[in-house]
Design a protein around this ligand. Structure first.
Ligand SMILES: Cc1cc2nc3c(=O)[nH]c(=O)nc-3n(C[C@H](O)[C@H](O)[C@H](O)COP(=O)(O)OP(=O)(O)OC[C@H]3O[C@@H](n4cnc5c(N)ncnc54)[C@H](O)[C@@H]3O)c2cc1C
Length: 292
């Protein structure tokens, strides 16, 4: 049985003091990942003596528009992301992804910060946030540092967070005009389903119908979510009127396998990721043509 002391606070400052003062503190937010791991005594859980409940810190529950970024507090729940007009109007890809997470109960408790720091290969917010070029702010008693989310992720269920740090902010740069986004997810069933495969696609389509600044990030496809630069470059410069979607699908499949190598799931995932990238491109092309 795992035993620990329970700490709680309503202030960031006090949380940072606890992280500084005690060794082996593990942070608790909504608990939807952590409590499952505790109950199962998962080997993924690090050894810890203290559980620090940060879920009652009001300063970590904000969504604000500041200097070209939407800044999101780590305690913002998936339900709040779905309901928030600032997110819906600027990053519909994040709204759709949040909506596919778990059930209403899970979305009411689970947080964006927990989804990021748990760093599951199947975490639904990671691929859209990577495609959005989101940054994470980490705070300790010694100060703050900001990392690109893609660089913060260090492996399956691994990040670069240090033992004395708290994730205090997620910063998402605003997209300019003429950007189109989509999130595709396939699970074993329609509801309460962990992604077998997912894909976030963001692209700019200019007045002539040319793809620019394309970002493609799949989930559950690679050991941990990451961009697919070869696919992105293959799409950039193509026209929405004659892009060869079959060719792009093949490039995406091959790029995924170049990262993962051949695995037991490759016969399923290799053709399926091609379907997801084609679906996302088709949706964006249709939207761009409607806006002409
Ligand atoms: C039934 C069920 C269905 C689910 N379905 C999905 C799904 O479809 N898609 C999906 O992506 N996920 C799913 N999940 C997983 C989970 O709900 C999400 O990952 C959720 O966002 C985790 O957030 P949390 O606040 O509950 O994190 P917690 O469980 O509280 O914490 C998770 C990890 O993050 C760390 N942490 C949390 N906040 C901070 C912080 N501010 N600073 C530093 N470290 C922090 C914790 O120490 C812990 O290691 C599901 C879970 C369950 C139980």
């Amino acid at each position: 049985m795992i035993t620990y002391e329970f700490l709680t606070t309503q202030k960031i400052e006090e949380a940072l003091n606890y992280l500084d003062k005690f060794n082996k503190v593990h942070i608790l937010a909504g608990g939807t990942d952590l409590l499952v791991n505790l109950y199962k005594e998962s080997p993924r859980l690090p050894d810890f003596d203290y559980l620090l409940d940060v879920s009652n810190i009001p300063e970590l529950k904000f969504i604000t528009l500041t200097n070209g970024f939407i800044e999101i507090g780590p305690l913002v729940t998936h339900s709040r992301l779905i309901d928030e007009p600032l997110i819906k109007n600027n990053f519909p890809v994040l709204t759709i992804a949040a909506y596919t997470i778990g059930s209403t109960q899970i979305r009411n408790r689970g947080t964006i910060g927990g989804n990021i720091v748990n760093a599951s290969p199947a975490a639904d917010l990671l691929s859209p946030l990577i495609a959005l070029r989101a940054e994470v702010e980490l705070t300790s008693r010694k100060g703050k540092r900001v990392l690109l989310l893609e660089e913060f992720l260090a492996g399956p269920y691994k990040t670069k967070i240090k033992a004395n740090e708290l994730l205090t902010k997620i910063k998402v740069p605003l997209l300019g005009d003429n950007y189109y986004t989509d999130f595709q997810k396939i699970g074993r069933r329609k509801a309460l389903s962990i992604a077998r495969l997912s894909l976030a696609l963001i692209t700019k389509i200019d007045k002539e119908g040319i793809f620019l600044d394309t970002r493609v990030a799949p989930g559950s496809a690679t050991p941990y979510p990451q961009s697919l630069p070869v696919t992105e470059e293959a799409i950039n410069g193509k026209s929405i009127f004659d892009i060869d979607l079959e060719e792009i699908g093949k490039i995406t499949s091959n790029e995924m396998v170049s990262v993962t190598g051949e695995r037991w799931s490759t016969p399923y995932k290799k053709p399926t990721i091609a379907v997801l990238v084609k679906r996302a491109l088709k949706k964006n092309i249709e939207e761009a043509k409607t806006n002409e």
